[in-house]
Design a protein around this ligand. Structure first.
Ligand code: AMP
Length: 221
């Protein structure tokens, strides 16, 4: 049983790594952003409350977030463990998570911090292009399409989203780094924070994250 928290700034690669960890460990990914977006899509009371906050890039109040996330963590599919992506984002959320896990005899095994220097993060976003039709994501440097400006999957045009412009990205990043440091410190104080070099190729980051959880791939050959 593994409860692991994936920490990293926007663009550090959490969204890429979470499914890889999930497949290796056989536990689900619980992503707070996805949970919130499904509430908004469903038009629920929480959804209506958080819609504008999410669009502004501010954090949803701890009390709302904790209630929603802990309810999800209590569902059957997460009883055998989970990868947490996007929660906790503040120290009070981390404390509420510890208390809830302790009440069911569980605990956070490791907090995994994917470290990428801020200038590299900004570069990652600034190079990002999205396809008009299906939202498929490319990057000028890291994942270029086969044909410049055209989506490999559906042939539609690739565009640069306005909110990926450098000034917006830098502001969003700085807004998020303070709370991220608080949460990383919280787990560092508990001795369960492991930092992994996020500048490595995807499969090497995945290998380091799994190794931090004590999971090693069977030798091949
Ligand atoms: P994400 O998909 O993780 O980037 O989250 C999208 C938005 O949801 C964030 O910009 C916040 O407004 C909100 N959000 C996600 N997770 C949390 C959290 N743990 N605490 C507060 N707000 C959150």
């Amino acid at each position: 049983m593994t409860v692991a928290i994936l920490l990293g700034a926007p663009g550090a690669g959490k969204g890429t790594q979470a499914p890889l960890l999930s497949a290796s460990l056989g536990v689900p990914v619980l992503a707070s952003g996805d949970l919130l977006r499904s509430e908004v899509a469903a038009g629920s009371e929480i959804g209506r409350e958080v819609d504008a906050i999410m669009q502004s890039g501010e954090l949803v109040p701890d009390e709302v977030m904790v209630r929603l996330f802990l309810a999800r963590l209590g569902r059957d599919d997460a009883l055998g463990g989970a990868i947490l992506d996007g929660f906790p984002r503040t120290r009070p959320q981390a404390e509420a998570l510890d208390a809830a896990l302790a009440a069911s005899g569980r605990h956070v095994d490791k907090a995994l911090l994917i470290e990428v220097p801020i200038e590299d993060l900004i570069g990652r976003f600034a190079g990002r292009r999205i396809c008009k039709a299906g939202g498929h994501v490319y990057n000028d440097w890291f994942k270029p399409p086969k044909v410049w400006g055209i989506c490999d999957v559906d042939g539609s045009e690739l565009i640069h989203r306005a909110d990926d412009a450098e000034a917006t990205v830098r502001a969003r990043m700085e807004q998020q780094l303070g709370p991220l440091r608080d949460v990383a410190d919280y787990y560092r104080e508990q001795g369960i924070l492991v930092a992994v070099n996020g500048l490595q190729p995807i499969e090497d980051v995945a290998r380091d994250l799994l190794a931090a959880l004590g999971w090693h791939a069977a030798p091949t050959g």
